[in-house]
Design a protein around this ligand. Structure first.
Ligand SMILES: Nc1ncnc2c1ncn2[C@@H]1O[C@H](COP(=O)(O)OP(=O)(O)OP(=O)(O)O)[C@@H](O)[C@H]1O
Ligand SMILES: [Mg+2]
Length: 149
């Protein structure tokens, strides 16, 4: 796992349209291993869910991926399980623990977490951090991938 994390660490990708974000995420999916965690950061509408849709496609999940804004967690089972979590509505680490976040993080699936900063102290060191920022054009996004290793 360590080697794979280094391969995909500290990259900046320019996305010019939603399809670019989707495709880049689907490529990243191939570098993931059981237990990988993707923490996603960016404003409302930045493209975090779009990124997770690409991840799911790359993992061979053919179900539609919808935003878990209200339900907080969606589980998908392809060749690898994907746990799609949205912490926008949680206000404390305790609430995240009540959702069972730590059990997903310790599991063998791939866990993708939108608004991961809401549970910063629970996010393990091997997490892949994905920051999505606005670019200069309406559909442009600057995607920064960082790992701590
Ligand atoms: N380059 C791009 N990459 C990703 N999405 C883009 C891009 N350009 C435009 N978009 C649009 O931005 C929106 C992103 O929505 P998405 O639901 O993925 O955002 P989000 O970051 O998950 O927001 P939220 O915090 O509300 O969950 C979509 O409507 C998408 O079509
Ligand atoms: Mg979203």
């Amino acid at each position: 796992m360590h080697k794979i994390v280094i391969m995909i660490s500290n990259q900046i990708v320019m996305s010019k349209k939603p399809e670019d974000t989707y495709q880049w995420a689907s490529k990243l999916a191939h570098a993931l291993v059981p237990g990988s965690i993707i923490a996603l950061y960016g404003e409302l509408g930045a493209g975090k869910t779009c990124f997770v849709q690409g991840l799911a496609a790359g993992l061979g999940i053919d179900q539609p991926i919808t935003s878990p804004t209200y339900t907080l967690i969606h589980e998908y089972h392809g060749t690898t399980a994907l746990y799609h979590i949205d912490l926008y509505r949680i206000n404390s680490t305790e609430e995240a623990l009540n959702l069972g976040l730590d059990e997903y993080l310790d599991g063998q699936g791939i866990t993708a977490i939108e608004w991961a900063q809401r549970a910063d102290s629970l996010i393990p060191p091997h997490t892949i951090h994905v920051y999505i920022d606005a670019g200069s054009e309406e559909k442009e996004r600057i995607i920064t991938i960082k790992t701590k290793t």
